[in-house]
Design a protein around this ligand. Sequence first.
Ligand code: ZN
Ligand code: ZN
Length: 244
Amino acid sequence: MGQTLATALRQLFNGVSNGAKGAFDALVARDCYLCGCPMGRERGAVCAACAQVLPRHDGPACPRCALPTARGECCGRCLRQPPAFDTTHAVFDYAFPLDVLVQALKYHHRLALAALFARELGALAEAEVDVVVPMPLHVRRLRERGFNQAVEIARPLARAAGVALELAEVVRVRDTAPQARLERAARQANMHGAFACRRRFDGLRIAVVDDVMTTGATLDALARCLKASGAAAVHNFVVARTLW
Ligand SMILES: [Zn+2]
Ligand SMILES: [Zn+2]
């Protein structure tokens, strides 16, 4: 597509919904999101060179919460106070330049990044699961942002794995304060009653998909809710893990 036509179309699309804009960007954007180099016919959101330097979360880690441990044993925190989820798989550390990509998806609607994240998570999704549940967004945030980044990541992941995607019956009923600024006890109190399940998950193994795991309190609250609705196991699949 010629540059002038692309620019004209881009201007035309400025009045259109964010979803359409995202789709349009995905069609014409051919520059790497990180270094800006032209990518030609290379597929994906970042070039091969940038993909190589992304901070991979591949050292030994606690199987429960994915925090680094010396030999891959369960961490002290999970031993003392086991979370409601069973395992956590993280692809990247939440560090530069991965944080730039996560924010580009979340706040700048770079939907091509969701496909990149799904591909990266796909390599890890060997766990046997029956249902994929993207981390629900409160309806007010959904309205602000126009889309739920966790849904965009989970959709291709569920399709590739041939697993059902639950989009409607697990909801965030309280718009909670940002977690990062709170102490641990306050975080748990903050998340109490944040989610609701409107269906049963009796005996089902669930994959929860989210972009970033920071304290784990939100994922813990969701897993608690899913297990109260009968889920046999809850496995977290997160793009990035915040390290302490
Ligand atoms: Zn690049
Ligand atoms: Zn742990």
